[in-house]
Design a protein around this ligand. Structure first.
Ligand SMILES: [Zn+2]
Length: 82
């Protein structure tokens, strides 16, 4: 049944985006680039990856990595500017 498969897939996607889902440092590390990209593109990454935002709030290790990445990407963007 294709329809029910799609329903289940949507359900899984929904639960992955839910705030209740916790991710580990590995998943955080993998998604961090994308998170920062979205942020700097003016998007709201929290809407896309609430679990990552939540992890950053509780994991000081990943949070400092996130801030370092943000600074690095921002300075790279500043270098590109005319
Ligand atoms: Zn972490």
């Amino acid at each position: 049944m294709d329809n029910s498969n799609e329903f289940i897939r949507n359900l899984i996607q929904l639960s992955l985006r839910s705030k209740e889902v916790e991710i580990g440092c590995e998943e955080c590390d993998e998604a961090l680039d994308q998170y920062v990209d979205l942020l700097l593109a003016g998007e709201d990454p929290v809407q896309v990856m609430p679990a990552l935002k939540q992890h950053l709030a509780v994991c000081s290790c990943c949070h400092s990595e996130y801030e370092a990445l943000l600074v690095a990407v921002r300075s790279a963007m500043a270098d590109d500017a005319p």
